[in-house]
Design a protein around this ligand. Sequence first.
Ligand code: G6Q
Length: 544
Amino acid sequence: MSRLTQSPAWQALAAHQRQMAGASLRELFREDARRFEKFSFSAAGLVLDYSKNLVSGETLSLLLDLARQAQLPAWIERLFRGEKINASEDRAALHTALRGEAPVIVDSHDVMPEVRGVLDRMERFAEAVRGGELRGHAGHPFTDVVNIGIGGSDLGPCMVTEALKPFGTPSLKPHFVSNVDGSQIVQTLNGLNAETTLFIVASKTFTTQETLANARSAREWFLARGGSEADIARHFVAVSTNREEVTKFGILESNMFGFWDWVGGRYSLWSAVGLPIALALGMNRFRDLLAGARAMDEHFRGAPLEQNMPVVLGLIGLWYVNFFGTRSHAVLPYDQSLHRLPAYLQQLEMESNGKRVDRDGNVVDYATAPVIWGEPGTNGQHAFFQLLHQGTQMVPADFIAPCRSQHPIGEHHAMLLANFLAQTEALMNGKTEDEARAELTAQGLGGEALAKLLPHKVFPGNRPTSTILMGAVEPRTLGALIALYEHKVFVQSVIWNINPFDQWGVELGKKLAGKILGELSAQGAATSHDASSNGLINFCKAHR
Ligand code: G6Q
């Protein structure tokens, strides 16, 4: 057994779980009229209600003991101070500095002047493009921005520009190309005008195969439509930490927006990787997004653990993963604008905490990140919610919604909210056999017909959910929401004693793909792999 699972705090929680496993949420609410007041609070424009979870005051205090045992407060300070807590890459993880104000010292110099410098350059560039001072080679203002990047260089800005679309301007449309599948870039560029299209090639390393392939195809597309080599400077900018590769690709150094190795890909939307956000929404809105995240940072750093939103959210998640054995966690935004949020959080949580060895390299004997998945409501209700209500496994879920719509029309938002609120209540209360029987009887059913249908009409309930509410999806609340999840992931990583900031797991497949790429176009059959891989490669070769 590991030190963690043997520890007093862990053992106390394991014993406590045996008690709570039999608890009924219905009963807990019946017994305590103040349960909502006790188990909900607000921070940085968000409200978290975690009262519909299988927790009591004692659960929370035992979970907080676990957090203290892991020295969470000290780790939070280490994060904000820029210590090199990403040990396997020997780096700090300073996404908080990107939206911060106070000096932060890394390798004995303050990084904040550089952070502000890049933000100011982004501002000048974005406003010049939006204002029409910076134009395409034929003298026309830009109408479309195509961001070429993948993973951390795509998901964040894509999710945010989708979420904040009403804050954008119709005269400058953002597009995102990430997949190396040529269909995506072909379909995106179809219908665009090369004279009014601006490309951002976003890649921290500037060596990512997919991004470079898409960037090369974009360049060819541009050159084939009247652009010259010299015009590339007006139409292509890069966001990267790798000056050398950027210039090798043919993008001028003056068209490069830099960032730093202490910004992890999936934590990078606050840096120059957010350029498409600034272009689409304007720099003021981008700064509001940063301000929202900063408000959550200040809360995370300053609030007592028991009233600390990322801490509580992280502990609740961990409670189910480690003590109830759940293996997946649903994120269900009830707002169409947040339709990319589950995909974004999938990367944030699963790439950060999908680890099997601890900070010291020992294989862990406890579960780490669950599978994160989700879709916007109400669509999910007509699809997978069946499993949430009546399936055999418990899937804890976060329900997220704004009180006000970005597009108020008729009764739509009230209907959306009514469904949102109804689902967490239904998941919690379920429907007992007696209730189901009474309902069926009232419908005129009896005898054998009733007995046959009855088991199908029972909902066990007691399915835990957390609810996050905000006024509206706008730059500040969205910034706070993203930072909330970033810190939640950090909290869990500290307790699991894993490094959330590296991602060695994505390497292996990448290297193999390079080898297979050569084999796909080589003469003769592939023979160097296992029989399955050889067979599949050769089938593809025969049918290409
Ligand atoms: C994020 C990951 C990964 C990365 C992409 C793109 O944390 O490291 O998703 O962002 O592989 O990498 P580049 O930005 O270097 O192209």
